[in-house]
Design a protein around this ligand. Sequence first.
Ligand code: F6P
Length: 375
Amino acid sequence: MSKIRKIGIITGGGDCSGLNAVINGITKTAVNKYGVEVVGFTRGYSGLYKNDYRPLGLRSVSGIMHEGGTILKSSNKDNLFDYPVMKEDGTVEYKDVSDQAIKNLEYLGVDALIVMGGDGTLTSARDFYRKGLPVVGVPKTIDNDLPATDVTFGYNTSLETITDALDKIHTTAYSHDRVMVVEVMGRHTGWLALEGGLAGSADVILIPEIPYDINKIVEKVRQRDAFGRNFSIIVISEGAKPKGGDVTVREHVEDSADSVRLGGVGKILTDQLQELIPEHEVRYTNLAYIQRGGITSQFDRALGLLFGVNAVDLLMNGGAGRMVQLRGRKISSIPLEDVVGGGEMGETSTGGGKQVDPEGQYVQAAKSIGITFGE
Ligand code: F6P
């Protein structure tokens, strides 16, 4: 029999669709199946440190499945193992405050944690497990860049948003004979651009894994003009880079596990293209945060729910220290030690992670139907 009587939940890192489905699955399974209480900490690990939490019951998670974001709020800062603490003289020093978090958990009678997040959040989950706390991880990101799971929830909803946006942008592109540059998220991987661009009938897809040559893009636009299609849609990942060039950094967010925020490469490309193809109006749209919000897709609701239910089952049946994952059409699990901090998915924050294979089926299929990657 498990000694776990009360589970704490944390949502860390950037929000995405499906988090509420996981919270729903965890809470209902804990209460209905195991008779275990649940509390949700607010704003990621910050709530654990500041003892900011709310009890979660069947009523509080009712009706949240479809909602994007997280009812618990999130934070992509607040590493409690390296936390900024204000000293008396007003200066800030970074300290390990994880013992305070453990004390808070003891005070609340919380015996175990289920943590939803990406690399940074799950690294802390691993570190709390190393301190003796039973922890189960749930992988999350719209970027789909985590090798330790085939797919993450949030990704599918983002793809739906990108596809819908491209459908809408097509009408203006056609009506005005324009070249439309559409920038999408994905950090250092091109999944969102590739799958979204394919579904949304992009003519050019630019991804981090295949550095581009702007002349090849111009060539493609001119080919389409000659063919009587006087408009073109270019989908570009925020992490795309020209051949021999580097990524475009939007800003640095201090205290974040990965401080680099990408963005703006689409604007640079737009300005350069406008010079090279003055016969067209070239317009730039950055889909930005609309890719993270909105109503959660059926796929992400189902995956989130399955992850939530299985995370509780794992925790209650001796599986602490592991992370749920999707392999094929089955939920299984993998040790947290193997997925973070240099493990199977530990390289995501430094630009590694699950990359698009330039020789893989998706890229090859795209090429077969005439899409160019600017090579
Ligand atoms: O990892 C998810 C993601 O949305 C990336 O695609 C994007 O680069 C980043 O987060 C944006 O982070 P922030 O919310 O800090 O701007």
